[in-house]
Design a protein around this ligand. Structure first.
Ligand code: ZN
Length: 124
């Protein structure tokens, strides 16, 4: 999971394609990955939850918030990703997009500005 994030960060499309489970590779997937890597500049990763995914497991689920910039605008992607291990290699299967992460009252903003959410991206 972290290695895939690093690959997005460094725009390593080959690695992203290789670690996508062959059964879950869709038509045009390499192109989609290339587009996502090219247009978004990834700026941070926070793991919110993980289930299994340890050395002895065959499957894993990771929920995360990844920050990215398109131009000057900072946005977040929250996803629950499913992974499967074959041999020693973890593969990404697919993921569900979740609603944006909302910090609780008084907590710092998800953009890591250091401001409270209500004074930053939570401003009405
Ligand atoms: Zn913010």
């Amino acid at each position: 999971m972290r290695s895939r994030y690093s690959a997005y960060f460094t725009k390593n499309v080959d690695y992203l394609f290789k670690t996508q489970h062959p059964k879950y590779r869709k038509l045009n997937m390499r192109q989609q990955i290339t587009e996502a890597a090219k247009t978004k500049n990834w700026a941070g990763l926070t793991i919110l939850d993980r289930k299994k995914g340890q050395a002895r497991d065959k499957t894993g689920v990771v929920e995360f918030v990844a920050l990215y910039r398109v131009g000057d605008a900072l946005s977040q992607l929250r996803e629950r990703s499913r992974f499967q291990k074959e041999g020693d290699q973890w593969f990404y299967l697919d993921g569900d997009l979740l609603p944006p992460y909302q910090p609780k009252r008084g907590e710092p903003c998800w953009c890591k500005s250091g401001k409270k959410f209500k004074h930053c991206h939570g401003k009405k």
